[in-house]
Design a protein around this ligand. Structure first.
Ligand code: HEM
Ligand code: PLO
Length: 483
């Protein structure tokens, strides 16, 4: 038949022997934008060659939903690349591991541990609120000076995942925290870059100095992870489970007590370490990035900030701090977070998927082993689905009464979907809500005088990064009066 059976031939970018379609992509650092614009010539679904790898690029939500949901299992693989293999010790983590029974088990464990410690638990809410107080103190002390909020936001977010993963936290100026900041930036700058740009290590289009930087950063990360692991192993008695690390140790212990694990289902030390490394890394870099984007958009759209504050003054007032249970009372703040996740998706190309069987997308046949890149940027900026997509408008996520949030289009997948869906969605949303509510109850954020508004252009990478900028945080009159 003409549809659904995969008989059509997909249009592909012209490809040269060895380098494939590289020439059309080289020199475009903002890969998501390049792949978005190529739709004009090739349509919303097209193929290209990265050296010897066939890559299918998906730019519409219909095809994205088919890949992630309807045929999720057929597309649940991940490619192996030089840098992600280094990061995950050959795919022993969750995010960069291909589909396998062990991967499924790891996901299940982390999911269970996150629901046990976090999601919906009062203990976690208390930790987040405690951490939210800290950037507020720093902003107060800065007394209207132009300030880069990034380090304080990062430390607050880091401490939340740190208590989840390791039952520990960092004080301001802690040298271990400074080292973490540095290695993590180095990893973000280098990892997964070559997965789309360079498939031939010997072509060295991916610069060697990047690989050297990645290795140096991974060495620091690995030492830190190993140290936490050793401490936990020594302290672990099997009764009290304090954090994710303990939870993983306990699962392994009870599995060993029953019967030896089936071949291929063995959780080695590397698996435990890389799993925690993923949660820690994802926990820090994603949430921090969204907080930075939100602050940046509030500088550009002061009327949005005003509306959030009006809503907070009405529904919560100034006599108490915001709670998680206030979420239904603050739909405009929720809508603002949704709009930030739309307009600047954290992961603009998700993580590449791989087809595990011969299959199809729409009417097109997709061979086993094809890499599938979902361009979330295209999905979130589709003019057929979004009115003026480059306009920042939280109102689009609200119903007519402005009381409930909903997505006006199915073309919205900030956390992905299906069997590879993000594991941290609930946690991330708790943090985003509480951190922003705490800061905006107390401060109005402004662009420092006689400085241009900072650029809204992101920097493509494993997350869509925000360029550095400074903020003036003015203590609100109403807050000053109330306290
Ligand atoms: C995967 C988004 C926060 C853990 C992903 C994916 C996206 C995403 C788009 C890829 C899905 C795919 O490849 O199909 C986000 C956004 C976040 C966020 C927008 C913040 C607002 C977090 C947090 C954690 C986390 C806080 C950890 C607690 C993971 C993991 C994966 C993942 C482990 C890999 C899942 C897999 O490959 O099976 N996330 N994420 N994320 N995320 Fe998140
Ligand atoms: C961020 C830098 C850390 O040092 C290591 C790390 C681990 C997991 C990665 C994360 C980095 C970036 C964001 C990723 C996450 C797994 C899932 C998440 C890719 C590289 C997203 C948004 O897909």
């Amino acid at each position: 038949g003409p549809t659904g059976t995969g008989t059509g031939r997909l249009r592909s970018l012209p490809a040269l022997p060895l380098v494939g379609s590289l020439l059309q992509l080289a020199g475009h650092p903002q890969l998501h934008l390049r792949l978005w614009r190529l739709q004009g010539r090739y349509g919303s679904l097209y193929g290209l060659w990265m050296g010897s790898h066939y890559v299918v690029v998906v730019n519409s939500y219909q095809h994205a939903r088919e890949v992630l949901l309807k045929k999720g299992k057929a597309f649940a693989g991940r490619p192996r690349t030089v840098t992600t293999d280094l990061l995950s010790r050959g795919g022993k983590d969750i995010a960069f591991a291909s589909y396998s029974p062990l991967w499924k088990f790891q996901r299940k464990l982390v999911h269970a541990a996150l629901s046990m410690f976090g999601e919906g638990s009062l203990a976690l809410e208390k930790i987040i609120c405690q951490e939210a107080a800290s950037p507020c103190e720093t902003l107060s002390a800065a007394q209207d000076a132009a300030l880069d909020m990034a380090p304080e936001l990062t430390r607050a977010v880091t401490n939340v995942v740190c208590s989840l993963c390791f039952n520990s936290s960092y004080r301001r100026g802690d040298p271990e925290f400074e080292a973490m900041l540095e290695y993590s930036q180095g990893i973000v700058d280098t990892v997964a870059k070559e997965s789309l740009v360079d498939i031939f290590p010997w072509l060295q289009i991916f610069p060697n100095k990047d690989l050297a930087l990645l290795k140096k950063c991974l060495k620091v990360r690995d030492e830190l992870l190993q140290q936490k692991f050793t401490e936990h192993k020594e302290a672990f008695c099997g009764d009290t489970v304090r954090d994710l690390m303990d939870a993983l140790l306990q699962v392994r212990l009870s599995a060993e007590n029953n019967s030896p694990p089936a071949p291929g289902l063995e959780l080695t030390d590397d698996h435990l370490l890389m799993t925690v490394g993923d949660i820690f890394g994802a926990g820090v870099e994603t949430t921090t990035t969204v907080l930075k984007w939100t602050v940046l958009y509030l500088l550009h759209y002061p009327e949005v900030q005003r509306k959030i504050q009006e809503e907070m003054d009405q529904k919560i007032g100034l006599a108490r701090h915001p709670h998680l249970s206030d979420r239904p009372l603050l739909p405009y703040l929720e809508a603002t977070i949704s709009e930030v996740l739309r307009i600047r998706p954290v992961s603009p190309l998700l993580i590449p998927h791989v087809s595990l069987t011969d299959t199809s997308i729409g009417e097109y046949a997709i061979p086993k082993g094809a890499r599938v890149v979902i361009n979330l940027w295209s999905v979130h900026h589709d003019e057929k689905e979004w009115d003026k997509p480059e306009e920042f408008n939280p109102g689009r996520f609200l119903d007519e009464q402005g009381q409930h949030i909903h997505s006006p289009s199915p073309s919205y997948l900030p956390f992905g979907a299906g069997i590879r869906v993000c594991l941290g969605e609930v946690l991330a949303k708790m943090e985003l809500f509480l951190f922003l509510a705490w800061v905006l109850q107390r401060f109005t954020l402004e662009c420092p005088q006689d400085q241009p508004l900072p650029s809204l252009e992101g920097k493509f990478g494993v997350v869509l990064q925000v360029q550095k900028f400074r903020v003036k945080a003015r203590l609100r009159e109403a807050w000053r009066a109330a306290s």
